[in-house]
Design a protein around this ligand. Structure first.
Ligand SMILES: [Zn+2]
Length: 192
């Protein structure tokens, strides 16, 4: 996996890119939890479930099926999450599914069961630029940890920030154009 820090980049980027009032703080917190949650499956190791099993690490929790389930379940809590259902669904879906997609872009471990429950096949993306994070803090504090953070900075955080800013600027320009248009309409109406 990339480090937990970097999984959080996606929901934060979504929040940054979308107009503020659309995503409540509660929804943002749940989205962040959902972006990290798939790795709760590491308990499989302790339970003796093999890595390559569909119930093992990077198995069913790292799939579109799991992401769809989480997004559908979250919709029922619209009141608690203080957001609209049509906002909750895509935000939770993207946040949850971004986790296995990022994992599938790492250069180590087994791939992710992206298509579960349709298929148990483990997938990697055709391009895997993210260095896989060593498990355990000791290994992390060595030079390898630094190399991992550096690759995540370049391949996760930088694209997330660029994407968020692009959406943000695009929205601002669109809003400005719309405002200018309605202003002109009003002006021409008054002239008549
Ligand atoms: Zn993972």
């Amino acid at each position: 996996m990339p480090t937990i820090l970097s999984h959080v980049a996606v929901p934060l980027a979504i929040k940054l890119g979308v107009r503020k009032q659309e995503i409540s703080l509660r929804l943002l917190i749940v989205a962040i939890v959902c972006a990290v949650l798939p790795d709760a499956d590491v308990v499989a190791f302790a339970l003796g479930i093999p890595y390559e099993s569909q119930w093992g690490h990077r198995g069913f929790t790292h799939s579109i099926g799991f992401a769809l389930f989480m997004a559908s379940a979250a919709v029922f809590f619209a009141t608690v999450l203080q957001s609209r259902k049509r906002v909750i669904f895509p935000v939770i879906l993207m946040s949850t599914f971004s986790h296995p997609l990022l994992d599938a872009a790492t250069n180590g471990g087994l791939g992710c069961a992206l298509l579960w429950p349709l298929s148990e096949t483990r997938y990697f993306l055709p391009w895997t630029p993210i260095k896989v994070s060593p498990i355990g803090i000791d290994a992390f504090l060595t030079g390898r940890g630094l190399a991992v953070l550096e690759s995540e900075l370049v391949w996760v955080w930088l694209p997330s920030i660029v994407l968020a800013l692009t959406v943000f600027v695009f929205e601002a320009v669109l809003l400005a154009l719309l405002l200018a248009y309605t202003e002109r309409q009003r002006a021409t109406k008054q002239e008549r």
